[in-house]
Design a protein around this ligand. Structure first.
Ligand SMILES: Cc1cc2nc3c(=O)[nH]c(=O)nc-3n(C[C@H](O)[C@H](O)[C@H](O)COP(=O)(O)OP(=O)(O)OC[C@H]3O[C@@H](n4cnc5c(N)ncnc54)[C@H](O)[C@@H]3O)c2cc1C
Length: 307
């Protein structure tokens, strides 16, 4: 039995470890982001000089061979459920008996004018971090769009290098959709005490280029213009369903799955009645039950359930 896992983040690697503990199946993990699983949560510490990339590996290099898990550093462009084959960018193909899709998320972009200019980016991947190194070299001010956990991380990252920071937060207090008002106010004060220009109740309207084509300023929903050389888009993430779309799986906000986390390909192959997506349109939120969820961004299993 060959199990192929697309994505070497915590989801893909947890699946690989779980499967290895319970079986001697052949396991292959494919990722185009990094050769090894790394701790995404540590990306900010690399930028701030507290760690190097090699320090972010949760497992030693010998772990993979010892556990007989094959790592493939390549991009899965599409798969054919009928032929049970994944096609990789390098031209290599992998045949599977079971396929697990664990492709993570992507930073949101909401169609803002200028969102694709040079100097404008999200922070999600190792490649994003490398781009941020280039985009922030020698700059004076960065604007952060979004008052969530990644936004505050980027604020700290820029601040650690002496770069002036403006933070646009739609809500009336930092993360006050989660925090009680008193705690949100404490954090607002803490952010401002660190000389971060926190603009509450303010959204991004447009991003403008300079003569060189790179970002030069943003216009806020209040009509203010803020000069800057870098914009971080940190207004949440959405499921990365590129591979699923390229492979003709049913998708919505995520990949459509049934109560067993099986995708639409299951019904195509087995012609059983097991694939019945439960789509609750509108909220996109889970009640905590996979049965009622219908969409998922994490772990999907092709052709069968877990052993
Ligand atoms: C900067 C940052 C800080 C964070 N801090 C925290 C924190 O402190 N605490 C916390 O709980 N969470 C934190 N998170 C969230 C957490 O990192 C994610 O929830 C988690 O990484 C999701 O894991 P995953 O395995 O589902 O997806 P990912 O980690 O996104 O892994 C998916 C992998 O699949 C790869 N991939 C996608 N498509 C393909 C393809 N077609 N072919 C090959 N490879 C592909 C991707 O490149 C990626 O490497 C943070 C996230 C970020 C971005």
């Amino acid at each position: 039995m060959h199990i192929v896992i697309i994505g070497n983040g915590v989801t893909g690697i947890t699946a690989a470890r779980f499967l290895r503990k319970g079986s001697s199946h052949k396991i292959t993990v494919v990722s185009s982001e990094s050769e090894h699983f790394f701790s995404r949560t540590a990306l900010m510490y690399i930028y701030m000089g507290h760690m190097k990339f090699e320090h972010t590996k949760p497992y030693e290099d010998f772990f993979w061979e010892k556990n007989d898990i094959t790592l493939v550093y390549d991009h899965a462009e599409r798969f054919d459920s009928g032929a049970k084959t994944v096609y990789l960018k390098s031209g290599m193909t992998l045949s599977w008996d079971k396929l697990i899709i664990a492709t993570g998320s992507k930073p949101n972009k909401f169609g803002w004018p200028g969102q694709d200019l040079d100097g404008v980016q999200g922070l999600y991947s190792k490649q994003d971090l490398e781009l941020m190194e280039q985009n922030t070299a020698g700059i004076k001010r960065g604007v952060i769009v979004g008052g969530g956990l990644i936004g505050i991380e980027v604020a700290e990252m820029l601040h650690s290098r002496g770069i002036d920071v403006t933070m646009l937060v739609r809500e009336s207090g930092y993360w006050n959709i989660i925090l009680p008002v008193e705690e949100s106010s404490m954090i607002n004060s803490e952010i401002r005490d660190h000389h971060i220009d926190l603009r509450l109740g303010t959204e991004l309207a447009e991003i403008h280029p300079g003569r060189d084509g790179r970002v030069a300023s943003v216009i806020t929903s209040k009509g203010d213009e803020i000069g800057c050389q870098f914009v971080a888009l940190t207004a949440g993430v959405s499921p990365n369903i590129d591979l699923a779309r390229a492979s003709d799986l049913e998708t919505g906000r995520g990949v459509r799955v049934n109560r067993y986390f099986e995708t639409s390909a299951v019904s195509n192959i087995r012609r059983t009645a097991r694939y019945r997506p439960h789509c609750r349109k509108g909220s996109g939120r889970s009640s905590g039950s996979i049965r009622r969820r219908g969409y998922s961004s994490g772990l999907f299993i092709e052709n069968t359930t877990m052993p």
